[in-house]
Design a protein around this ligand. Structure first.
Ligand code: ATP
Length: 323
């Protein structure tokens, strides 16, 4: 690694090329209250990793420890093989962090912000501004920019010094749907280019769209991690196909289809619940059946998403803690 190896590498710790971030047994308390309680976390080179979870789970505290902004009480942190506290100067240019809105004065112009944040080996700022759709805002004051433009400017500033790791916290909070999509496509591009990104987010559609893996936290601990699809498969529950059909035999026939767990009827509406395969089998059954009612006009499918999965995971953890 160009950043060099730590002199006190812990035996068996991941300081290899594969892991840009490696955290082991991180503990942090504020005024005697533990808010990060034994977190292990790895960010692999080239991946977009999402930190998700309940409010107050310790996500930001964990990230602030990685950024060298807070000193852990216990545990080991390596970022690009370096210690964020001891090697703060060496890491500064290699880690690009998203600024908070209050970080730039309203009167500062885009070109002034770029000049302020450019290090000696900065990338071509003009090309970055162009890439994030801000070339025409070169002379604009920060205070006059929309929320989406500000977040894209923060991305430009975070990328300015060709960082090997980019840390983004609540990237699209408060943005309208169109601005969120603009910022998402900017992050998706980083992902395609192989930039390693650590993203803290409450927006689970965002995590699902952008992250290769997610780490779910609650009350200072990691509850589970994996690809968004892994977490949905483990905690999201069943898929459901709903439609109206008056045929009294339908429920019994549908119950025997592969993967079906349950068929329930409410009035004319049938709900077929089971594995995702049920979607295909129910569709095929409806087509094969034909008949005067054809494919029901109100046919719809409910597939569990990351939000459903996280809520179930947080609930079950809460229940097991209470028990
Ligand atoms: P959120 O999703 O709500 O932003 P989070 O998962 O990022 O939460 P943190 O911001 O790390 O969680 O906060 C974890 C806990 O630590 C919270 O209960 C918070 O109130 C508390 N906390 C954070 N910063 C401080 C501080 N400087 N002093 C005291 N307590 C703090």
């Amino acid at each position: 690694m160009s950043g060099g190896r730590p002199s006190d590498t812990v035996v068996g710790m991941d300081t290899d090329e594969e892991h840009v971030v490696s955290v082991r047994g991180l503990h942090k308390a504020y005024a005697g209250r533990t808010v990060v309680n034994g977190v292990d976390l790895q960010v692999r080179a080239g991946e977009v990793l999402g930190l998700i979870g309940a409010n107050g789970a310790g996500k930001t505290t964990t990230v602030e420890c990685l950024q060298g902004l807070r000193r852990p009480d216990r545990g080991t942190i390596r970022v690009l093989g370096l210690d964020p506290h001891r090697d703060a100067d060496r890491l500064r240019r290699q880690v690009g962090s998203q600024l908070q809105n209050s970080a730039l004065p309203d009167r500062m112009r885009v070109r002034e912000a770029v000049a302020l944040f450019s290090g000696p080996h900065a990338a071509d700022a003009g090309e970055l501004l162009e890439r994030f759709g801000l070339a025409h805002r070169h002379g604009s004051a920060f205070g006059g920019m929309s929320g989406g433009e500000r977040q894209r400017l923060f991305l430009v500033l975070a990328l300015l010094n060709r960082p090997r790791l980019v840390i983004l916290d609540e990237l699209t909070q408060g943005l309208d749907p169109a601005a969120r999509r603009e910022v998402w496509s900017a992050v998706a591009r980083l992902r395609r280019e192989g930039t390693t990104v650590l993203l803290v987010t409450h927006e689970l559609d965002e995590a699902e769209a952008l992250c290769d893996r997610v780490v779910a936290m609650r009350a200072g601990r990691v509850l589970d991690q994996g690809t968004p699809a892994d977490l949905v498969a483990r905690h999201g529950g069943w898929a459901t196909v709903r439609f109206s059909l008056t045929d009294p035999q339908a429920a019994q026939e549908l119950s025997s289809l592969p993967g079906v767990q349950d068929v329930s009827r409410r009035g004319e509406e049938l709900a077929v619940t089971g594995s995702r395969a049920v979607i295909a089998h129910t569709g095929a059954w409806l087509l094969a059946r034909g008949g005067p009612e054809g494919v029901p006009a109100d046919l719809r499918v409910e597939i569990p998403d990351l939000e459903t999965a996280l809520l179930a995971l947080l609930d079950s953890d809460h229940e097991s803690e209470a028990a």
